[in-house]
Design a protein around this ligand. Structure first.
Ligand SMILES: CC(C)(COP(=O)(O)OP(=O)(O)OC[C@H]1O[C@@H](n2cnc3c(N)ncnc32)[C@H](O)[C@@H]1OP(=O)(O)O)[C@@H](O)C(=O)NCCC(=O)NCCS
Length: 179
């Protein structure tokens, strides 16, 4: 697997975050509106705490760095959906210049390891548009299980789009780590 490291999103990443979020190819299959830099500077506040053990913190973002070149190539996010039930959701984006080199798979794998090691989450969900086969492939490679289609799940630029629904349990993760 490609060598990466994850760094919690911080002020120094603002321009990278702006670039990756507002790139047309990255917005194509995600419900993301173009966001101004000033608004994103304010949003950064929501991710200032990267301690996964603090269950009052709802959202986390990490920047994926290529380990050898020390350059940022993508991001992975995690949100707590139901704290009491231990259910969360991840999302991920890689800059188009770096697609197809394994960064998405490596980033999601490392984030799951962090989540299952340092938080009380036991079920992580992910959805991807039925028109986004690369994203589905990432989830399959990491070990997520396919659960079906959520009809018209997200509205993307005015159209409700069917989404594939996936999940991975902490018990699946531990079993695959043991092998
Ligand atoms: C989805 C995304 C994160 C994948 O990142 P990546 O770094 O290219 O992912 P990886 O290289 O780890 O794996 C991609 C896999 O998808 C496969 N793939 C790519 N395009 C494909 C297509 N059109 N059809 C089928 N498989 C495809 C690749 O072959 C690879 O699988 P393989 O290793 O078995 O060959 C990236 O394309 C992206 O950022 N897209 C825009 C944002 C986005 O859609 N995020 C997900 C929202 S749910």
């Amino acid at each position: 697997m490609v060598a990466i490291k994850l760094v919690p999103l911080a002020g120094g990443h603002l321009e990278f975050w702006y670039r990756i979020r507002n790139t047309a190819e990255n917005r194509r299959h995600q419900p993301i509106e173009i966001t101004k830099l000033d608004k994103m500077r304010l949003l950064l506040e929501n991710f200032s705490n990267s301690n996964l053990g603090d269950s009052s913190q709802l959202g986390y973002k990490w920047v994926i760095y290529d380990h050898q070149q020390e350059i940022p190539v993508g991001m992975v996010s995690f949100h707590r959906l139901q704290i009491e039930q231990g259910i969360g959701r991840i999302g991920y984006t890689i800059l188009p210049d770096f697609w197809g080199r394994g960064y998405g798979t490596a980033g999601v794998t490392q984030v799951l390891e962090l989540i299952f090691t340092h938080s009380n989450m036991e079920r992580i969900e992910a959805v991807c548009s039925i028109h986004n086969p690369a994203s589905r492939r990432v989830l399959e490679k990491v070990g997520f299980s396919y659960e079906g289609i959520r009809r018209g799940y997200l509205k993307i630029r005015g159209r409700r789009i069917d989404h594939f629904s996936f999940s991975i349990l902490k018990s699946d993760w531990n079993k695959s780590s043991d092998q």
